[in-house]
Design a protein around this ligand. Structure first.
Ligand code: SF4
Ligand code: SF4
Length: 352
């Protein structure tokens, strides 16, 4: 089908990331976990299923560069996770693992796991912590895990839930002198991310001073990240609310879903609009006509995305208004994608 809004070479560059949601089982049960993970859930992918997804995606998506393993808690997969990371390395792709660091209880347990991950070829680890996480995994375990992976040559990012100005978790992480040296050496990075409330009585968090600026960004996930869930469904993003947005589900895993389902997303104007303007800006444009008053409670773009897809009046507003925005959005998508393709070509040319 003729798609003049998609520049030539776009599909040579995207999707560049695969996300494998390895399991919904977790040692923790954080109150506002986006997938409601817990120790009692059992859905998980085997090594054979993960390897099959990666192999088929590698054949279908020439722009693939990174495979992310997340969950639930991916380290609960044990040998299957190490084998999957090793598989990614053998294909010449980069790998990242997102974990809560429960395995860093002692220096020796942290070192043992870090060595296995390093031997499997893992490039980056993202450790999640914060006030909710700390009810299940002590911050000391996360610090042990961060130090062990950094000492074993794996770049580490510690992501802390946004809570308050005087966050005890941030203070505890910053107070560790050995970790401070690793941060100064650029081997470990600290970042604070907004933590989305999923319950009416969830604790109120400090609002980022640049909240509006952060929320008004376009979505860099949709079309660029292909995801598989523990139930073997392929999804078009791994945003915090994608399990609540049926439109993000592309079908059961098969080569056909990757070859046809994935690429057909570019015919869904709402996805392109979300990519260009971000769901919060669309909410700001359509909210009043859909009778939505204040947007002050929105702290995360995926929260806005879920509202956009779930609220009937907003869905009606999208249907009646989208034509007024089509020209501008498709032109912006074309320009952004062209810049993306050009910079990719430049990087590839410089590397060869
Ligand atoms: S550690 Fe992560 S996956 Fe596990 S329950 Fe908490 S938020 Fe969910
Ligand atoms: S904003 Fe929407 S499309 Fe983007 S990652 Fe979040 S849920 Fe997915």
């Amino acid at each position: 089908m003729d798609q003049p809004w998609v520049p030539e070479g776009y599909w040579d560059v995207v999707p560049h990331t695969l996300t494998v949601i390895t399991t919904y089982k977790c040692n923790a049960q954080c109150r506002d976990c986006c997938f409601e993970c817990s120790p009692t859930l059992s859905a998980k992918l085997s090594f054979e299923e993960i390897a099959s997804f990666i192999d088929q995606a590698w054949q279908v998506f020439p722009g693939l560069r990174l495979v992310v393993f997340s969950g639930g808690e991916p380290l609960l997969l044990g040998e299957d996770l190490f084998a999957s990371v090793d598989h990614v390395q053998r294909l010449g792709l980069l790998s990242r693992c997102v974990t809560n660091g429960y395995w860093g209880k002692t220096h020796s347990s942290a070192t043992r796991v870090a060595r296995r991950l390093s031997a499997s070829g893992l490039n980056e680890i993202n450790l999640s912590t914060g006030v909710d996480h700390a009810e299940w995994v002590p911050v000391a375990s996360v610090i042990n895990a961060a130090k062990a992976v950094a000492e074993n040559g794996i770049f580490c990012v510690i992501t802390i839930e946004q809570d308050s100005d005087s966050s005890e978790v941030v203070s505890q992480v910053k107070a560790d002198m050995e970790l401070k040296l690793l941060i100064e050496a650029g081997l470990v990075k600290l970042q604070v991310n907004s933590w989305m409330p999923f319950h009416a009585d969830s604790a109120t968090r400090k609002i980022f001073s640049n909240r509006e600026e952060m929320l008004l960004q376009g979505c860099d996930q949709v079309l660029e990240n292909c995801v598989i869930t523990p139930n073997k469904e392929v999804s078009g993003c791994c945003g915090l609310t994608f399990e609540h947005i049926p439109e993000m589900k592309l079908g059961s895993f098969s080569k056909h879903t990757l070859e046809v389902g994935y690429f057909s997303q570019v015919q869904d104007f709402l996805k392109i609009w979300i990519k260009v303007d971000g769901p919060y800006r669309i909410l700001k444009i359509l909210g009043a006509s859909a009778g939505i008053g204040s947007l002050e409670h929105i702290v995360h773009p995926c929260q806005a995305c879920a509202l956009l897809h779930q609220n009937e009046r907003l869905r009606e507003a999208i249907k009646s208004e989208y034509r007024n925005h089509m020209g501008r959005v498709l032109r912006a998508f074309y320009s952004q994608s062209l810049i993306h393709c050009d910079s990719h070509r430049e990087v590839t040319a410089n590397a060869s």
